[in-house]
Ligand binder design. Structure first.
Ligand code: NI
Length: 393
């Protein structure tokens, strides 16, 4: 553990909270983070850290250590959500109607900026290069891909990211080796039958029957087709069929999501969905179009990186700060970076009953215990030094 980092983060705590609150008041959603990008640029200029603007939003900054070594990429996501903030009692609540930092990305941005300031101050001790990525559009699962297309991951040896987590007690750190967030895919299915009069079904092919049969039959993919020891979710969240009580529907549109952790299960589900849809259409005399879109890669913590996060956190915050959260079927587009380089993604707890910060992410009452921000900021910086100081992986 580096004491200078700890001290610097501690003296910057008020600035850190202030920056988070400024961002919180001015939320911008995916790929519209123009003011947010400007604010980040302004802070980096104050620190004289070189950076470049990404397209269309986001920033990649770089601190070159005075000694040679590896390259680590630190990532914070910067986008907000189309959610109405319900925290009327907060004087720093969102000033933008129906937009809110309801996932804590304001906290991530402020934490990474603080880590940048701390690391920049001890540049002479850094062996290698630190890339700081302020990534847009995490909430629509497109930002990471867009950043990778623009070269952020080239030459990177290790990646590290943090998510503030309201379900975890404030100040705790969770980073177990193995899977933590699932791959999230999107499914669109269009059945086409033949519409007609509700009283003359024999002249029609009923899209409502095909669609409902499909939703029911789909349930057996998870229960009968995949290894019961492998986790998976198949959910149809939307079904649009028909227009009137006495007209047989010609078309049905279904949308859903598939969550998995491993490639074998994911491939199997994708193939089974197509097979089920085609056979149901065939059975009833209709046709079907299936569009299966892979949206995010799973977040799987590489063992060495995760163990290093744990040992750094234990040293910096005490053994009692460590906790192992179970994996979630929720998604995080950080998995894209992990497909390109080894790395880890940590959760930093921000839940505190007395401060009313245990609300679910994406809820209008969501808020962060700001005492956790310095933990996240320090963890970014301490992990970076620890990784660059050793050379085993
Ligand atoms: Ni988030």
């Amino acid at each position: 553990m580096n004491q200078k980092i700890k001290d610097k983060v501690s003296t910057m705590e008020a600035t850190l909270i202030d920056f988070r609150r400024t961002l919180h008041q001015h939320p911008e959603i995916a790929f519209e983070e123009i003011e947010t990008t400007n604010r980040i640029a302004e802070k980096l200029e104050e620190l004289s850290i070189p950076y470049k603007r990404m397209d269309p939003t986001g920033i990649l900054a770089e601190i070159n250590g005075e000694q040679d070594g590896k390259t680590i990429l630190l990532r914070a996501d910067i986008d907000a959500l189309p959610v109405t903030e319900l925290n009327d009692h907060l004087d720093y609540r969102s000033q933008v109607k129906d937009k809110m930092h309801a996932c804590g990305h304001d906290a991530h941005t402020a934490m990474l900026m603080t880590a940048a300031a701390a690391l920049n101050e001890i540049k002479a001790e850094i062996k290698g290069t630190v890339r700081l990525l302020f990534q847009p559009a995490e909430e629509v699962a497109e930002g990471a891909r867009k950043m990778i297309e623009q070269g952020v991951i080239e030459g990177v040896d290790n990646v590290f990211g943090i998510h503030i987590w309201s379900e975890l007690e404030s100040g705790k750190v969770s980073c177990p080796p193995g899977p933590s967030f699932a791959a999230a895919d999107m499914l669109t299915v269009r059945f086409k039958g033949k519409g007609g009069h509700a009283a003359m079904p024999h002249q029609t092919v009923d899209a409502a029957v095909m669609a409902s049969q499909f939703v029911s039959t789909l349930q057996t993919i998870v229960s009968r087709e995949i290894d019961p020891l492998h986790s998976a979710v198949v959910t149809i969240g939307k079904m649009e069929v028909g227009s009137r009580f006495n007209v047989i529907a010609e078309n049905a549109l279904l949308e859903g999501t598939i969550r998995t952790f491993d490639a074998v299960t994911r491939d199997k589900i994708e193939a089974s969905i197509a097979q089920y849809a085609e056979h149901i259409a065939l059975l009833y005399g209709g046709t079907v179009e299936v569009d299966y879109e892979r949206k995010t890669e799973p977040v799987v913590n590489e063992t060495h990186s995760a163990k290093l996060v744990q040992s750094v956190a234990a040293e910096a915050f005490g053994e009692s700060a460590l906790q192992e959260e179970p994996p979630t079927m929720g998604a995080e587009d950080f998995g894209y970076y992990m497909a390109e380089a080894t790395g880890a993604f940590a959760l930093v707890g921000s839940g505190n009953e007395t401060k009313d910060t245990c609300w679910a992410h994406h809820h209008g009452r969501f808020n962060v215990d700001e005492a956790a921000l310095k933990v996240g900021a320090e963890l970014y910086a301490q992990y970076t030094l620890a990784y660059l100081d050793q050379s085993e992986f």
